[in-house]
Design a protein around this ligand. Sequence first.
Ligand SMILES: Cc1cc2nc3c(=O)[nH]c(=O)nc-3n(C[C@H](O)[C@H](O)[C@H](O)COP(=O)(O)O)c2cc1C
Length: 479
Amino acid sequence: MPARPFVSDSPAGRIRIKRIYRAARVSDGKRILVDRLWPRGVAKDRARLFDWCKDIAPSDTLRHWFHANPDQWQDFVTRYRAELATREDLVRELAGYAQGDIVTLLYASKDEEHNNAIVLRDCLRQWLEREGKMTDRPNDEPLRTPLCDLLGCEVPILLAGMGGVSRWELAAAVADAGGYGMLGMVREPIDLITREVTAMRAATDRPFAVNLIPAATDPQLLEAQIACCLDLGVPAFCFFWDVMPDVVARVKDAGCLVLHQVGTEAAARLAEKAGADVIIAQGIEAGGHVHGRSPAFGLAERILAGTGLPVVVSGGIATGEGLAAAMAVGASGVQCGTAFLATEESFAHSYHKSRIVEATGEDTVLTDVFVLNWPKGAAVRVIGNSVTEGLKGHYLGHDPDSLPRETIAHDDDQPRLRFSTDSPLRTTTGDLEAMALYAGQGAGNIPDIVPAAARLNAMVAQARHILKGPVRNGFEAMS
Ligand SMILES: Cc1cc2nc3c(=O)[nH]c(=O)nc-3n(C[C@H](O)[C@H](O)[C@H](O)COP(=O)(O)O)c2cc1C
């Protein structure tokens, strides 16, 4: 099913105005400068303009006469409207941009109540209404954020690229249900990546990303993984853990989209500087490796305050309430790991899935004891088991060099060590209980193992219900 363009039918929603000095956001849609002069101090690459329509601005004579004097506002409106009436071709062109998208008209004036963009916005709205191109029907798809257009999905729910677990079957199921699929390929060999990407393409024509963790991968293997993905025409990458600017630059230069998961504001800034297109704010509630120590929503809000990039909330989210909450704080979507691990299509072992269904959020612990083959000090969130019980509350501060090497399971013919970061997969045999049973604090909200589409659809239905319900209508009534 091809992605549908995002159209808000609310007249107030589709054409917006904004001072160009405010942070650019993906939710601005098409950013169009409508001043005749370039705004002082604004760098061209930071302005993120879709177009600069200088000829639609007030004439120099009118601009000099008005001189941003509020006392002359009504006269200015009349005169500028008269000028616009003589430039109907430009008005039509600009209105055309708003027919399939949000348009934000940008201006430099300090006066946010008396400026040319206000007049132009009202004029464009009237033009669209007159031409029957705008209705009063409220936006019936509150979940369709501009991130969906960027990624090519229907709803802003991203499958976390879980190593071992997010293979093509799960990624394709999430993508076909309207979410965004990611293949978890951390430290996987080239032949597996090739098989997975090929199988993903055969299963769905939806766009997807490959997840890699540069800081936890041998540089030679990482280089080969990236080269392999680029050769296969992978359209997007999702990176995690320490930001490696040269790695981001490499895939950006190849024309790929970059999502970067981070656990701190500093890492978010680094990722943006390196060229990332989307920031995933991972909170301490998350299952698997946990980079920062902040709750997900607080972190996402702080990152949102400092960036114009789309921000996705990750960690502990397994319900439509979490998704609706992410929308409410201005995030562009959510990323879910645990909620999709416990589905039919995931490559996790059924033992791991059933432990998640049985667990409550309080059954998880943050520990760095599952650390063999990862950098020292890397913490993970897991369901408590015989290994974490043995720690007697001392979950953090373990030195990998002092941990014994003891094989407790096998994946095909590969040995799996106690204290390693490997989690039990479909192909694993042995002492599964003692392995890393990754799960986020949302585990308590996962009652059963269902197809991934069912999990996603339930989240979507619940979030839509909340966002279109009385609370939202109350906000609308107030505005
Ligand atoms: C089993 C499992 C494996 C994970 N593996 C990776 C990985 O390889 N790369 C990555 O970026 N994140 C990985 N994560 C973390 C996720 O990206 C994400 O932050 C986390 O799943 C969000 O929290 P949630 O599980 O509560 O939804 C993993 C998480 C889990 C549960």
